[in-house]
Design a protein around this ligand. Structure first.
Ligand code: ADP
Length: 380
């Protein structure tokens, strides 16, 4: 079968494979590994010699492991692209059985008329170098989440307090009016006291209102940021703790909708919360799919995080973004109310609806940063 021409090409290919820093794996239409780069050897813990001719599915956890040949057949039959030319974040399996999140891009080529697929893989945990960075990000996020949790608490306290205060103010004023007739000597005193009460109640209300305004405006550091970066990092963080079972993560990010005007850490917190919720919702599901997508829409960028889970429980659907609404035994029910506070503070909106993947789709809108200059004045 092999001609001198293919031999030459293979030698050439090998020399490329030895030197490129990204892990690169070439497979044929039946999923058999044709070559495995030096970086792939380091990433997966296998030597190329061990894997040549083996099915690429050994590098995947279940259920991809069992389904991968079906994916290729499906693509070759239907031409429907679920990954080729698109790229996605997914989970890979190391030789030692551990799993790690990867960013996978697959290209297709034909050699002697036969299709071959080339996968470029980036380890999203970048095990050695990036572990510190992940750790930093995690603690940064934990910090923000504490602050925003406090903000959310304060918002609900503010809301609760305002109602009785309004009632007190009305009551006191009514009492003052009712006392118009009796003994003129005490009347003056009662009126004075009640006036003071009313004034105090109004003042308390003002304090509460100011607190609420402060929280909703927040003190954020906004800049023009890359949405793809925010989403990649948030997904990698969420997947790090996701356990052994595979999650199919598909990214459909519109390159024209990449620039958004945000506080990066806060929006990362939102995406992280949404992805974690999606993973938690799918804990019992045999197939776990998450899709992150973005689109430019009426001067805004709409981001969607959706899953193939069971969908929203009826008991929470109506007050999803209220604090302390949870179906989880360990759940605080603060995640989505924090997301709501942050997105509103960014001038956007967040809402949920059923997803075509079978579970829930969370949509949020952000301010399009394409027209903004990131003048380096402390932003970003
Ligand atoms: P918590 O995760 O602590 O329960 P959240 O405010 O993040 O708090 O979520 C509130 C509730 O919303 C969850 O308990 C869950 O019932 C529901 N929920 C959130 N995301 C999803 C999702 N992707 N699929 C199904 N239900 C969800």
């Amino acid at each position: 079968m092999t001609s001198p021409r293919t031999d030459l090409r293979e030698v050439h290919l090998h020399s490329i494979l030895e030197t490129i820093p990204e892990a690169m794996i070439v497979i044929d239409a039946r999923g058999r590994i044709l070559s495995f780069s030096a970086a792939a050897e380091r990433m997966f813990g296998y030597a190329e010699q061990e894997l040549l001719g083996e099915n690429v599915s050994v590098l995947m956890p279940s259920p991809d492991r069992e389904r991968h040949n079906g994916y290729i057949d499906n693509y070759l039959d239907s031409g429907e692209r679920r990954i080729i030319g698109i790229g996605r974040v997914t989970t890979a399996r190391h030789r030692d059985g551990s799993t790690f999140p990867i960013d996978l891009h697959v290209g297709e080529a034909r050699i002697e008329g036969e299709p071959v697929f080339t996968g470029f893989i980036r380890d999203l945990t970048e095990r050695q170098e990036a572990e510190h960075r992940l750790h930093d990000l995690q603690s940064e996020l934990a910090h923000v989440s504490r602050i925003t949790a406090m903000g959310t608490l304060a918002t609900s306290i503010a809301h609760e307090l305002n109602q009785p205060l309004t009632v007190i103010a009305n009551y006191v004023e009514a009492a003052r009016d009712m006392l118009v007739e009796p003994d003129p000597a005490t009347l003056a005193l009662v009126r004075e006291t009640l006036d003071e009460c009313a004034a105090q109640s109004v003042r308390a209300g003002q304090i509460v209102r100011r607190l609420r305004d402060f929280i909703s405006r927040g003190e954020t550091e906004r800049g023009v940021e890359s949405l793809a970066r925010v989403i990649h990092e948030a997904i990698a963080l969420a997947l790090v703790g996701a356990g052994e079972r595979a999650v199919e993560v598909e990214l459909r990010l519109d390159p024209d909708a990449d620039k958004v005007l945000i506080d990066r850490i806060q929006i990362q917190q939102v995406i992280l919360n949404l992805v974690r919720n999606a993973l938690e919702a799918m804990a019992e599901c045999p197939v776990r799919q998450i899709r992150a997508s973005s689109v430019r829409e009426q001067g805004l960028v709409r981001v969607t995080i959706e899953d193939s889970g069971p969908g929203l429980a009826e008991s929470v659907a109506a007050q999803l973004f209220q604090p302390f609404v949870s179906t989880k035994t360990e759940g605080m029910g603060l995640g989505l109310s924090i997301c709501h506070t942050i997105v509103n503070g960014h001038g956007g909106r967040i809402w949920a609806e059923p997803s075509p993947l079978g579970g829930t789709a969370f949509h949020l809108t952000l301010i399009d940063g394409a027209g903004e200059s990131d003048g380096g004045d402390g932003h970003g």
